[in-house]
Design a protein around this ligand. Sequence first.
Ligand SMILES: [Zn+2]
Length: 322
Amino acid sequence: MTGFARFVRFAGFAGFAVLGVTLAAQEQFIDVNRGIKEVGTHGPVHTIHVAGGVHALIGGGANVVISVGEEGVFVVDTGAAAQWDNIIAAIRELSNKPIRWIVNTTLDADHIGNNEKMSNAGRTVNGNPTAIISHEKLPIRMIKLPVPVPVTARPVNTFFGDQRDLHFNDNPVFIYRSLSHTDGDVFVHFRQADVIAAGDTFQTTTYPNIDVANGGTTQGYIDGLERILDLAVPKHLEEGGTYIVPGHGRISDEADVLEYHDMIFIVRDRIRDAIKRGMTLDQVKAARFTRDYDARYAAPSGPGSTANFVESVYRDLNRDKK
Ligand SMILES: [Zn+2]
């Protein structure tokens, strides 16, 4: 599929009129971004073909990414529990083959809400419920949550170290650890399709949510995004090439990831400098170090909001000092 064909596909999904000229591609892309950002978590689940056998299911909580092919279905994140019927229906529309593997990129309910159902809906080649893969830190964090994740929904197929790789549907699949949102987060690269399921290491909708209590770090976000930038190859005029599906938001390319990386890097440096000058958290918040990015990334409240982002960076960097 050409880059422009992809823009058209996105445009159709977002309900924008399509001009049939290549020059309009950049404008189309901008319009489309706006459209996808509005997709909520309780409406219908939209399926978008990303590349090769890889598809994104958007609107079912955190984005779900699946690879379909001869061997079966590989699922990255299982979405929000309330969206199970829509998510499994969307998967079954693409493939009736068994769900062979599940990866959890992080521990939040909108990413892992259907772990148990997805596992039971699938089968390993030995006939057991499908194994859930994660970094070894993740199930440990899940047990310690205020509401612990039940054992039947926790990943049992864990790995330690920086990465794991396996081969599925003619795709080398690389799972990379990323100490970003938590210290058990991962992102997944389908190398042949050249699609990265980034989990919460990258999102287009809000500021990062650095879960300091669960080992998340600002530096982990920067390192994870730099690894994605190393893996991603743009196709033409910095558009297209490797596609990156964020944990939340619209499908992106390398340039979008670079923008997010630079934002975190710059805000981190401003806050680090303020800490060196002895500024308190209240003073840092009042200084509005994020004001040039707030219009683009600030969630109205809670995770991803300006207050939450600034405070988590501040606490994270102060922890480093001790
Ligand atoms: Zn998330």
